[in-house]
Design a protein around this ligand. Sequence first.
Ligand code: F6P
Length: 333
Amino acid sequence: MYQLPSPSAIRSLDAIGVLTSGGDAPGMNAAIRALVRTALNQGIKVYGIHRGYSGLLSDDMRRLYSGSVSNIIQRGGTILKSNRCEAFKDPLMRSQAAEVLKTNGIQALVCIGGDGTLTGAHWLACEHDIAVIGVPCTIDNDIHGTDDSIGFDTAVNTALGAIDRIRDTALSHERLFLVEVMGRDSGFLATQVGIACGAEMTLIPERKVDIGAIASTLASARRKGHGSSGIIVVAEGAEPGLTVRLADRLRQCGEEPRICILGHIQRGGSPSAHDRVLASCMGATAVNYLLAGSSDIMVAAVGRDLIAAPLADIIGRRKHDPRLYDLVMQLHK
Ligand code: F6P
């Protein structure tokens, strides 16, 4: 499925660390598994750091062996636990983290997570003599420089399964449903879900939302006998409180909309085959890049290739796909 790079090994490593940080995503375990087994095959010890950067600061880690990652490829979540660590924004804390790694004889670190995780990885790599590699893993798929991120495919399919069920009851009761999906301030998840479920309307942060116009379009379609039911996918980041305000407005037009907020359901569950394979490719590639002497890079999926993308080019940039946003809008009735 992906073309794996084969960078030449130019350095030997005694021990590396791995952590998962930020919002968990299905496939994190598959990435850990691939990384651990690839490293062990190269004679490298692996330390699993618990609770992301917080565990790094408090020296909370354990050795991982081949058996430690048995029977986890199919499990959602992360065996290493995850959190968001505000303290890591402080350079003094990052010096402490570097000290912890050195004291444990760990020469390199792989950070699996989203935007915040990769930013932390970049800071650490720039400020200290530690090789750091990022692996993109978020259901939001909002990371610049990579077409795909681990967990996105599963989250899209999870939302789709829920919406297909909602559509059954929407059709039976001839109702409009506003289904809110995650994605933080990005509309990638909503766009993909909107296209795949055949949404009557998809509202995303990247496109201006006019509640009045939307409500009257939906209500007038209904009066003309079109669209007796419908699914409106709302990205959680489209506008604060948009889902509830739109429902209120629709009620004023005589509709009886229902709201369904999918929330963290989208983050859990067994990873799809796509995410398991992507995570396995990326986890193994991260080790190979470390052996090739790389640091301060992210393993990125570009087209059908996995490449090394400099973290400096990724941090703080927004990913956009206007043609995909146009497509979802064109497919509305
Ligand atoms: O970044 C992943 C994500 O699930 C976003 O889609 C969502 O906005 C956020 O995390 C929720 O974070 P938390 O679980 O900390 O509430």
